[in-house]
Write a protein that binds this ligand. Structure first.
Ligand code: AMP
Length: 357
């Protein structure tokens, strides 16, 4: 059932993740057809086929489904209806249940808790009254977030004092929301792992993630946390993926609290904290995802180097020439025309020999 070289993978979304998926697919002889609404999608520059259409355009989706061998997606905010429409027409991996679960912070946390893994204490919030009573129950500091469609800290408000409750609720604009107790963490880590069509599982090493202004700044591998926490994080990720009958690469983010691990969120896609695998592993997370959705054997996730991945946001991209001249630096540029403030423009991986000490 493995798709032979020459087959076509359809990707919903045309950003940098789709672009790097398409580049990795090309390395192993697979073509990509990108479906995205934006005319200037970075993935179009490196893909065999494109469709420029909205995710609700059923005529375009039908034609797309007929011309690809499998469909995957590069972001979790693909409308659920789009994936449900495609699923009877063509295999969609990861499946729609995995997408629906990871699109919803409440479902995501409920899943983690059902597997015996802690999350921040949380409560669904749909009105100011509910918010007030949830704060009383959960306590402060807390974070109010929209239940769906949030990323990189967008649609979030921190609550430190009672008088911040009402303004915070206004920020949510009546969107279904979730309040979470603030976890006092020592650091944040993530697991990027893959599950194949036949249920095989392969996890990359745990990454330690440093954020700036809610956006990932660096991933450091190996993570500077205890070995037993790493084993537990990988085990939790495996159980989540099994429970969802997942096929593809998933990113699972954790807080490392002073009393152990908390699941923060899950992304049903390749993940920014897995970009280091492009230069520190033989098979990157992007090729791994392509292999999984194409029914190929998974690649070996072993790391041959220590690595620090640094994102290039906005004007940081001006350093490209200097970075290009450095040794042991893998430079990745996304082909975006405009370097808007905070926009992810590229990243680089600095590798060093594995430190066995
Ligand atoms: P999220 O969009 O849920 O990934 O949140 C973005 C970032 O905000 C996280 O990576 C954390 O640094 C911080 N954050 C979010 N929720 C919490 C929480 N419950 N406790 C502590 N920090 C949080």
């Amino acid at each position: 059932v493995a798709l032979a070289p020459g087959s076509t993978i359809g990707i919903l979304g045309g950003g940098q993740l789709a672009r790097m998926l398409a580049l990795a697919a090309a390395r192993i002889g697979l073509k990509c057809h990108i479906f995205a609404p934006e005319l200037d999608s970075p993935a179009f520059q490196v893909s065999a086929e494109r469709t420029v259409a909205g995710y609700a355009d059923e005529v375009a989706l039908k034609t797309f489904a007929a011309t690809v061998d499998v469909v995957t997606y590069e972001f979790e905010n693909v409308p659920g209806a789009c994936v449900s429409f495609l699923e009877p027409l063509v295999p969609v991996r990861p499946n729609s249940r995995a997408l629906a679960t990871t699109q919803n912070r409440i479902h995501e946390k409920t899943l983690a808790n059902s597997l015996g893994v802690r999350t921040a204490a949380f409560a669904p919030v749909n009105s100011l009254t509910e918010l007030r009573s949830a704060v009383t129950k959960i306590g402060m500091p807390a974070v109010l977030k929209t239940n769906s469609m949030g990323y990189d800290g967008k649609g979030q408000a921190k609550l430190l004092t009672v008088d911040q409750i009402e303004p915070a609720w206004l920020v949510m604009r009546d969107a279904p929301s979730i309040i979470e107790k603030f976890v006092d963490f020592a650091c944040e880590v993530s697991v990027v792992a893959a599950r194949g069509l036949n249920g095989t599982f392969a996890a990359y090493d745990v990454a330690e993630n440093i954020h700036r202004d809610h956006i990932l700044h660096q991933s450091i591998v190996p993570a500077r946390i205890a070995e037993d926490l790493k084993i537990k994080a990988v085990d939790v990720s495996r159980r989540i993926m099994e429970e969802l009958d997942y096929v593809g690469v998933m990113g699972v983010e954790f807080f490392v609290g002073h009393d152990g691990l908390y699941v923060n969120e899950m992304a049903p896609r390749v993940h920014n904290s897995g970009h280091w695998t492009q230069d520190a592993c033989v098979v990157s997370q992007f090729e791994q995802h392509v292999r999984a959705v194409a029914g190929w054997p998974l690649g070996d996730p072993a790391r041959h180097s220590d690595v620090v991945m640094t994102n290039l946001l906005g004007d940081d991209i001006r350093q490209w020439c200097e970075l290009a001249g450095q040794s042991r630096v893998g430079l990745h540029i996304y082909g975006k025309a405009e370097a808007r403030n905070g926009r992810k423009m590229g990243h680089f991986n600095s590798i060093t020999p594995i430190n066995k000490g």
